[in-house]
Write a protein that binds this ligand. Structure first.
Ligand SMILES: C[S@@+](CC[C@H](N)C(=O)[O-])C[C@H]1O[C@@H](n2cnc3c(N)ncnc32)[C@H](O)[C@@H]1O
Length: 348
């Protein structure tokens, strides 16, 4: 309620605000925003929560990449939006136990905006001899890996509708009602740049922040790879007539809704990642797209079977059941394996 009243106050003063401004406040207000609360209260369940096997596959993949391309050099793994740092802790532990030489020349930088999540990361950092740090922004220069799991879907976006061949933007008024306005010049330029448009009568999201983050990534990566894991599509598929309302959605207590103005600060607001934006902006900064594949394909190509075999040796029946359920969720095309994708970009 406090956040709702705070936003109402802003709306009264300003009259109207763009949807992205409302979303930034609802998710990232520093005291009451959804992501500012203590970790553990989330309504989302990511790959990281399914089973540690997901972290192990990433750890193996990063270790192989770093050893092959940067033998003997100081290198970094930078994770965007790590939340409380579960994946960071798992990946570093695996490297510490299995790749001691690499561990000694590795820095793991967690780029996290939420103060509550950052303190959870710093708590985990205590056991990694200064190898794990947390900060708000990307380092000035990175050699190695920049990656994220469900980061881009959590960034604020604008919403637009195509009406009579013209793009209309959705703004929010003081009654939390949506008001259509002619799209501003930068939005028109964005679609011109992308080269794809929503279909007549359909809604779509404008992921400005994703483009901005890709610019920052492209600028700071000297040499190495960028791995993005998220649910999403390329623009043409995203804007197909199968999605007339776009993909913007709220998650509240493990169910979904499209009432963005209820449970303000208590519910998550997300949209599918637009991989075309990441690919196109990446290219501008010398990042070539190596592959965009389903998460199933990615984990199967990167040691999933080896990791399962080593875990299967356990005699503990509960652990075996957990593993078999994780395999279904992470790999099955109808589970996260099918809806999630992995985009791998490279700067040589
Ligand atoms: C959906 S959560 C994913 C958390 C974690 N990666 C996982 O898979 O469980 C998105 C995370 O991105 C963080 N985030 C959002 N915008 C950010 C920004 N501009 N800078 C840094 N972190 C950000 C949020 O605070 C949140 O922890």
């Amino acid at each position: 309620m406090k956040l709702e009243n705070f936003i109402r106050g802003i709306l009264r003063k300003k009259g109207l605000i763009p949807f992205s401004a409302f979303m930034s406040l609802a998710l990232y207000h520093e005291k009451w925003g959804y992501y500012s609360k203590n970790p553990g209260t989330e309504d989302y369940y990511t790959n990281v929560d399914v089973h540690p096997i997901f972290s192990e596959i990433l750890a193996r993949f990063f270790a192989e990449t770093l050893k092959k391309n940067f033998a003997g050099e100081s290198v970094s793994i930078v994770e965007l939006g790590p939340g409380p740092g579960k994946l960071a802790g798992n990946i570093l532990s695996w490297i510490e136990q299995n790749e001691t030489e690499l561990f000694q020349r590795l820095k793991y930088v967690a780029v996290e905006k939420s103060a509550a999540r950052k303190s959870a990361i710093l708590e985990k950092a205590k056991k990694f001899q200064g190898r794990l740090t947390a900060q708000n922004n990307l380092p000035a220069s990175v050699t190695g890996v920049i990656f994220s799991n469900e980061f881009f879907d959590a960034l604020p976006f604008e919403r637009v509708r195509m009406k009579g061949g013209k793009l209309k933007e959705i703004w929010v008024d003081e009654n939390f009602s949506e008001v259509e306005q002619d799209a501003r010049e930068p939005i028109l330029k964005f679609f011109e740049w992308l080269g794809e448009y929503p279909q007549e009568g359909c809604e779509a999201e404008v992921p400005w922040s994703s483009k901005e983050w890709m610019t920052k990534i492209g600028r700071c990566l000297r040499k190495g790879i960028v791995l993005t894991i998220d649910y999403g599509y390329e623009a043409r598929e995203l804007f197909s007539e199968l999605r007339p309302s776009g993909t913007a959605l709220c998650h509240f207590r493990h169910s979904t809704n499209r009432d963005f103005y209820q449970n303000i600060g208590e519910q998550d607001i997300t949209a599918h990642a637009n991989f075309s934006v990441l690919i196109k902006e990446g290219e501008k900064w010398g990042l070539s797209s190596e592959k965009l594949v389903s998460q199933s394909r990615f984990v199967l190509d990167h040691g999933f079977e080896d990791a399962v075999r080593s875990l299967e040796q356990t005699q503990d029946i509960k652990m075996r059941l957990k593993l078999s359920s994780a395999i279904k969720t992470l790999v099955h095309p109808e589970g996260m394996g099918g809806t999630f994708k992995a985009l791998l970009q490279k700067k040589a």
